[in-house]
Ligand binder design. Structure first.
Ligand code: SF4
Length: 205
């Protein structure tokens, strides 16, 4: 099994889609390999492309502010994107580019094995809530086995639409409660004899 460092090297060498031609730096993602929480955004923007790091521009500052509001720093969470290279002029990533890049993110998730995945914006939301509208499902978590998926607004959207800020903050503040509740439910399930209950039977909420 490869490590995150090896994966970062593979991303740096990747020429599997046209985005490798327009990038300054690849932005594979960063954070502790055993992070409990993983944020998945869309793709690198200007600042991220310049620095080779995710969420370092205005969106990153808002993400850090929101993390601080729940007592966390960015060093405690893993941050990645669905595509690892910046599209030219910040255009939306194409479905073919997302599909070509998906194996990197799949492997990151497998290695980190986070308890909670928070999607930021519609592109990462689509992985776990296909066909959903973010305006309808934001803040509504879904449990799958030992993990919770929480769709959140992208910080860039919130910066462009300040009226969305209170809702975005309220959604974000669900993270600690969801993690605590998941632990509680998993502990309860471990105490139940396997023949008494199907896995995932206990409700998260
Ligand atoms: Fe490779 Fe992903 Fe970059 Fe495309 S976006 S070149 S698939 S790393």
């Amino acid at each position: 099994m490869s490590t995150l460092i090896e994966l970062y090297k593979e991303v740096a060498a990747c020429t599997a889609c046209v985005l490798n031609r327009s990038r300054t730096n690849p932005v594979p993602g960063e954070g502790p390999p055993d992070a409990e929480i993983m944020f998945i955004g869309e793709g690198p923007g200007f600042h991220e492309d310049q620095q080779g790091r995710p969420f370092v521009g205005p969106s990153g500052r808002l993400l850090e502010k929101m993390l601080a509001s729940i007592g966390l720093t960015r060093e405690q969470v893993y941050i990645a994107n669905v595509i690892k290279c910046r599209p030219p002029n910040n255009r939306d990533p194409l479905p073919s580019e997302i599909a070509t890049c998906a194996h990197f993110l799949d492997r990151q998730i497998e290695m980190i094995d986070p308890r909670l995945i928070a999607t930021l914006g519609r592109y990462s939301m689509e992985r776990y809530f296909p066909g959903a509208k973010i305006s309808r499902v934001h803040g509504r978590a879904r449990r799958d086995g030992r993990r919770v998926y929480l769709p959140l607004y992208h910080p860039a959207y919130v910066l462009r639409n300040p009226r969305a800020m209170p809702q975005a903050e309220a959604d974000f503040h669900k993270i600690p409660r969801l993690l605590a509740r998941l632990e509680e439910v998993l502990e309860q399930e471990e105490e139940i004899e396997p023949e008494e209950v199907e896995p995932k039977q206990l409700r998260l909420f």
